[in-house]
Design a protein around this ligand. Structure first.
Ligand code: FES
Ligand SMILES: [Fe+2]
Length: 402
């Protein structure tokens, strides 16, 4: 017999395609555990750009849902990733961020040391251990790939490669020659903790209908050219052309005027802002003057980290520097506006008055994401939150039925 939580609601009966995911999946920790297993563990995650760690011993850390990892440039010039965990008593080896660990990594706890290829090479007081075999305690490796200049890791290798994940966007990404880019801005990957479920970030990124109402600056840059497409395979594409729109603010007007001809790009891309959202939560923002990655990584049911890095081709032209500065100003404002919006939505989804809402016909990416989540994690079809401790069990039952 079905539990009360499994009964079909009128909105469900009317067809879920036109409705958002239910509010409870934007806060429930048991649902996040299902997302961890289904979406995040099998996915490739971007750690940094290869130019963030150019020299031997340079490293960049990455953390997600309890997993701590670092990518490091080895003696041979190659990049490998390892779990950031000492094999002795589990101490985290490297502090979060980027740095250089020299020729070896030494654990701060009891000073076990590891070569850059992960081999355990030093154990103080070795005679205290019974027949310790160093080769059994090398750092645990993590699957690593270089793709378009970015370092990707996978915590549970599946069939897909990062190239497959990026495939729908690849022909356009290739124009930007990202491999050759260097870090810009602060010159490091930044992280910002935001008090919303991670899906608020990804939903908002592909939400087509809010730009006019909520981003006057961005709207005055791209006007009616704003375009949204679902490329399939979990990839959304958004774009806007830099147009003459009346009433633009100072930064937008100055950016439009100062942005020089970026000859490295094909003509069509020199006056375009282009965005990709790649499932589950990687965004690539492609501007003529720079390229930025953004990740929305869950911390718990109602918090996530927005992780960002910005890169560009070395260009000493004054107008390029200025355009990059103005781009940053315009996008900083968009970021402030978006964070305020998603925190409003998170607030509203905590209220017992809201379950789901209708999605516009042109919200093709929101519809596609909701549909794919309902398929992958069918308990998300339920409008009402299951009782505590039941989410995984109900999901399993629903999976077996389909
Ligand atoms: S935990 Fe690392 S050396 Fe003991
Ligand atoms: Fe937005």
């Amino acid at each position: 017999m079905d539990t009360a939580a499994e009964k079909t609601s009128p909105a469900e009966a009317a067809g879920q395609a036109g409705h958002s995911l239910p509010a409870w999946v934007y806060r429930n920790p048991e649902f996040l555990e299902l997302e961890r297993k289904t979406l995040f563990m099998p996915a490739w995650h971007l750690v940094c750009h290869q130019s963030d760690i150019p020299n031997k011993g340079d490293y960049q850390t990455f953390r997600m849902l309890g997993e701590i990892v670092f990518a490091v440039r080895g003696k041979d010039g190659g990049i490998k990733a390892f779990h950031n965990v000492c094999r002795h008593r589990a101490a985290r080896l490297l502090d979060d961020g980027k740095g250089n660990c020299g020729g070896t990594l030494t654990c701060p706890y009891h000073a076990w040391s590891y070569a850059l290829d992960g081999r355990l090479v030093g154990v103080p007081f070795k005679n205290q251990y019974d027949a310790l075999k160093e080769e059994s305690y090398n750092l645990r490796p993590v699957e690593t790939r270089l793709c378009m200049g970015f370092v990707f890791i996978n915590l549970r290798p599946g069939n897909m490669e990062p190239e497959d994940m990026l495939a729908p966007a690849a022909p356009e990404l290739a124009h930007y020659n990202i491999e050759q880019m260097q870090p810009l801005g602060k010159g490091r990957v930044t992280e910002r903790r935001v008090a919303v479920n991670w899906k608020q970030g990804t939903d908002n990124y592909v939400d087509a209908l809010h730009v006019r109402a909520a981003h006057p600056g961005l709207d005055s840059l791209v006007g009616d050219s704003y375009d949204l497409r679902d490329l399939g395979h979990g990839v959304s594409r958004l774009s806007g052309r830099i147009e003459q729109v009346a009433g633009a603010g100072l930064s937008v007007r100055a950016y439009r005027e100062i942005l020089p001809n970026m000859e490295y790009l094909p003509k069509d891309y020199r006056r375009s802002w282009l965005y990709f959202m790649i499932s589950p939560s990687l965004a690539l923002n492609l501007y003529p003057d720079c390229v930025e990655f953004m990740q929305f990584l869950p911390l718990d049911g109602t918090h996530c980290v927005v992780r960002e890095g910005v890169y560009g081709h070395p260009d000493t032209r004054r107008e390029v520097k200025l355009a990059r500065y103005l781009n940053l100003r315009v996008n900083r404002q968009v970021g402030i506006e978006d964070r305020a919006l998603i925190s409003r939505v998170q607030d509203g989804m905590g209220s017992s008055s809201f379950t789901t809402g209708p999605l516009g016909r042109n919200e093709i990416c929101l519809r596609r994401f909701a549909e794919s989540l309902r398929k992958l994690i069918p308990v998300s079809r339920l409008e009402q939150e299951p009782v505590t401790g039941m989410v995984a069990g109900i999901n399993q039952k629903m999976l077996e039925r389909t």
